[in-house]
Design a binder for this molecule. Structure first.
Ligand code: NDP
Length: 235
């Protein structure tokens, strides 16, 4: 296994933190961005909001100085602002798209500079099963997550010949603060629809992300890898 410099956005909690822990455990040099709190032990924490290009640029520069050029980037930071379409404000739509899709754009654009120079890069975008499956009350969120697929595939066509891969991981129902906040009735409904009959742990997502960034996955690009217990099958 080649040791890499890895940057994960939103690594202070939830899935991002589990991803950072997995990369640390595998012996990589790991940095996380966080707006608050800290990443796991063994990872460098840098402050950045993914809606702020200047803050992201400064965070990347700090990571490059302390750990070396970023070779693996995981765009994980994301938010929900769920509401039925009729009542969804433009602000709620824009905030979710600007964080989930715009944030990935800013992070990947900044990371691509060093990757092009190195002629190597692994880009992993954390989407969601609802990106392609759809979800009532989440028009903003699912649109932002579907957008990541077109984004990854365009990057693949643009940068694929330069040793850079871009893939999407689409988790289903994962036990984190984000899902704990969903109404109980909605959680029970999801559980009924999941062929695996259970929710996943954040670690199960983290291990797939680490594998995609590893030496064995160099010929996989533009793919959407579901980690959803079969929930989104066929979408
Ligand atoms: P959490 O709510 O637990 O964590 C979200 C993370 O994103 C936090 O670290 C948060 O930082 C960060 N974040 C949010 N907005 C910004 C911003 N503007 N700038 C920088 N960081 C930001 O979510 P999860 O761990 O559950 O989700 C992680 C990713 O996985 C998200 O993209 C989510 O859409 C996706 N996902 C989650 C699923 C689930 O079941 N949980 C299912 C499918 C996909 P802070 O603490 O500072 O707010």
């Amino acid at each position: 296994m080649t040791s890499r410099t890895v940057l994960i956005t939103g690594g202070n909690r939830g899935i991002g933190r589990a991803i950072a822990e997995e990369f640390v455990a595998q012996g990589h040099r790991v940095a996380v961005t966080a707006r608050s709190g800290e990443g796991p032990e063994g990872a460098l924490t840098v402050r950045a909001d993914v809606t702020d290009s200047a803050a992201l640029d400064a965070a990347f520069t700090e990571v490059e100085t302390k750990l070396g050029p970023v070779e693996v980037v995981v765009a994980n930071a994301g938010i929900t602002r769920d509401m039925l379409l009729m009542r969804m404000s433009e602000d709620d739509f824009d905030a979710v798209v600007d964080t989930n899709l715009g944030g990935a754009f800013r992070v990947v654009k900044r990371a691509s500079k060093g990757m092009l120079k190195a002629r190597f890069g692994r880009i992993v975008l954390i989407s969601s099963v609802v990106g392609l499956y759809g979800s009532a009350g989440q028009a903003n969120y699912s649109a932002s997550k579907a957008g990541l697929v077109g984004f990854a595939r365009s990057i693949t066509r643009e940068l694929g010949a330069r040793g850079i891969t871009a893939n999407v991981v689409a988790p289903g129902f994962i036990e984190t603060e984000m899902t704990a906040a969903l109404p109980e009735a909605q959680q029970a409904e999801y559980l009924k629809a999941i062929p695996a009959g259970r929710y996943a742990s954040a670690n199960e997502v983290a291990r797939v992300v680490a594998w995609l960034a590893g030496d064995d996955a160099g010929y996989i690009s533009g793919a959407v890898i579901p980690v959803d217990g079969g929930l989104g099958m066929g979408h």
